[in-house]
Design a binder for this molecule. Structure first.
Ligand SMILES: [Zn+2]
Length: 69
């Protein structure tokens, strides 16, 4: 596997996760929470920010999943 396909897979994983986390937070009426990282098994802090509920996610492991919608 080359660098390009690794990047594509991790981006898709991250986006899939973001959609699920956002739906879960909204279903519970929460603005922030935790989820398990699919890449390293660690914890990901997730929070909704701003009037449009942009999702921020960051894994506790350095250089793992980190995303701002
Ligand atoms: Zn991770």
């Amino acid at each position: 596997m080359n660098d390009r396909s690794n990047f594509t897979i991790s981006l898709r994983e991250t986006l899939d996760l973001a959609v699920k986390v956002k739906a879960a937070l909204k279903a519970k009426g929460k603005r922030r929470g935790w989820t398990r990282c699919p890449r390293c098994g660690g914890k990901i802090a997730a929070a909704l920010a701003g009037p449009r509920d942009h999702l921020h996610m960051s894994c506790e492991t350095p250089n793992c999943i980190r995303m701002m919608e």
